[in-house]
Ligand binder design. Structure first.
Ligand SMILES: [Mg+2]
Length: 231
């Protein structure tokens, strides 16, 4: 099960407990992959605060970093791929010239993150990046979060890389999310769920046969989808 954290796995403590005990009752093991926009330290403090199970893989920074196993070893091959063509200074200069963007201080160099004062600001910045020809991935989420990532990054690409790395092909897979930065991983083609509390930017996504729209919030929606696809 590959899931976003804020607003997806996390957000309804009771439903989370229900989901975890449902998994523990199954005859099979459920491997956990967390795929978050948070940076590593922030993800770990959330996991501690919410008492989340230790994941098998932790993808942070909207897919710009991958950490493997309980000792969270950084995937160095992925890291290398993230430096290719990445020009953070050039992105910064464009952001400074744009109006309505505030830089978020994040302790990593493989990603630049901003708060936009609205979708129009984000759209203008997206266009100026496109026009500049700087290789990048642009992600707009939660109505205000703008992430500019290396061209090869993104939650969907990082998750595909993890599936390939571990040779996951015939396992049952469920992918869960609630906002715009989850879109690319929800559209990979595996069974996926948009939880009931999803942001409008994700609700407006066109209907896809493998994407289930849950009525329950957060982990409750994951449980609902699991039963929809797998029981
Ligand atoms: Mg989220």
């Amino acid at each position: 099960m590959a899931t976003d954290l804020d607003g997806t796995l996390v957000g309804d403590a009771e439903a989370l407990q229900e989901l975890l005990s449902f998994y523990s009752e199954q005859a099979y093991d459920v491997a956990l992959v967390y795929v978050t926009g948070r940076h590593l330290r922030s993800a770990l403090s959330l996991a501690e605060r919410e008492n989340l199970p230790v994941p098998d893989v932790l993808i942070t920074d909207v897919g710009a970093e991958i950490h493997i196993g309980s000792d969270l070893e950084k995937d160095l091959r992925w890291d290398e791929m993230m430096t290719e063509g990445w020009q953070p200074e050039a992105v910064s200069r464009l952001a400074e010239a744009a109006e309505g963007l505030t830089l978020q201080e994040i302790p990593t160099r493989c990603r630049l993150s901003y708060h936009a004062d609205g979708p129009e600001t984000a759209g203008r910045f997206e266009q100026s990046l496109k026009d500049s020809g700087i290789p990048h991935t642009f992600v707009f989420s939660s109505g205000r979060d703008v992430d500019v990532l290396p061209a090869a990054a993104g939650k969907g690409r990082a998750l595909s890389y993890v599936f390939d790395k571990f040779g996951v092909r015939d396992a049952r897979i469920l992918i869960a999310g609630d906002s715009g930065n989850d879109r690319d991983m929800l559209e990979l083609g595996h069974p996926a769920v948009i939880v009931g509390n999803a942001h409008p930017e994700l609700r407006r996504t066109e209907a896809l046969p493998h994407v289930f729209r849950a009525s329950r919030r957060c982990a409750g929606g994951i449980r609902e989808a699991w039963e929809h696809f797998f029981s």
